[in-house]
Ligand binder design. Structure first.
Ligand code: GUN
Length: 306
């Protein structure tokens, strides 16, 4: 039997309609519009594509959304001064610095200077620390792992007790927060990475396998335990050798066509985890705006979503 293909676009739409409702309620009850500021430095085309989508979706959610596009040669003091102004601006509830930054800028310094309550990427040490200590109520969680977690919960429910999870990749942006979310949901978690020995065998032990390595089709069918849930976070652009007429297409870190006959549920690329990232960014912005205004959580919760 073939695996259930998890529809990330559908789940992202549900999150976005919830966010829309929360934004409207904030407007009606408090006359406050959630505000998102996105900073992009330089002209990396992929980053510009992502940022344009973030800004557009924020507008569709009824947010006020400002994009700050800075030239590649921007000095660190200028970037820090802009973050400082946005930190002080009460109409801005969320600040996001698109990564990667040009190499002369210190990305960590920039991110750590964002006020934790406006850090909608969840990368500030305060937010990372809250997640690490299991405080899921007052911090902000990194968007891609939060989105991947919703997809996992849709398949397996919110209590993963007794299940083993393997996360391949240990970045601050994804692997570490993903492992912590799984741990908070009671899974038994292994973090695998480029120095892990016998990676296929480690992966084969997983009831939940999450791949975030950036190597196309690395996870093969014989790496997957029969019946596992497989979450593919890879976005790799490859030359398109099919007859579609396009030059390139996106593939994940998982060999989808082979793995789908072994797994029980699997996310596709595109259309799996990808759409969830922007949706969760909007959810974090609505959450930050509600907390700043009403000192409470917004009128949505993810249990409403499925
Ligand atoms: N670059 C790639 N993914 C992300 C993300 O989730 N947040 C930021 N700020 N930059 C990114």
């Amino acid at each position: 039997m073939e695996a259930q293909v998890i529809d990330g676009r559908k789940m992202a739409d549900r999150v976005l309609s919830s966010v829309n409702r929360a934004a409207r309620a904030l407007e009606q009850e408090y006359r406050v519009t959630p505000g998102l500021a996105v900073i992009i430095v330089g002209d990396d085309p992929a980053s510009h594509t992502y940022v344009t989508a973030k800004t557009r979706t924020a507008q569709e959610c009824g947010f006020s959304s400002v994009q700050h596009t800075l030239p590649a040669e921007t000095a660190e003091v200028e970037l820090m001064a802009l973050i400082g102004r946005l930190n002080e601006d009460a109409s801005v509830h969320g600040i996001l610095v698109q990564l990667p930054l040009p190499s002369h800028l210190d990305a960590d310094r920039a991110i750590q200077s964002i006020r934790p309550e406006k850090d909608v990427d969840g990368l500030n040490v305060v937010n990372a620390g809250k997640l690490a200590t299991g405080d899921m109520k007052t911090g902000l969680v990194s968007c891609t792992p939060a989105g991947a977690m919703l997809l996992i919960e849709q398949v397996l429910g919110s209590d993963l007790a007794g299940l083993s999870a393997v996360v391949i990749g240990r970045s601050n942006l994804f692997g570490k927060p993903m492992a912590q979310l799984l741990l908070n949901a009671n899974a038994t978690v292994t973090m695998a990475h480029s120095n892990t020995s016998n990676l296929p065998a480690v992966c084969r032990s997983a009831d939940i396998l999450v791949a975030a390595v950036g190597r196309q089709k690395m996870v093969q069918a014989d790496w997957v335990k029969p019946g596992a849930t497989v979450i593919d976070v890879g976005i790799n652009r490859i030359e398109d050798d099919s007859q579609s007429g396009k030059k390139s297409r996106l593939v994940g870190d998982v060999d989808f066509d082979m793995v789908k006959s072994v797994a029980t549920a699997i996310t596709p690329v595109p259309g799996g985890v990808g759409p969830m990232t922007i949706a969760m960014l909007m959810a974090n912005t609505a959450r930050a705006a509600w907390r700043a205004t009403a000192q409470k959580e917004p009128s949505f919760c993810h249990q409403d979503l499925y």
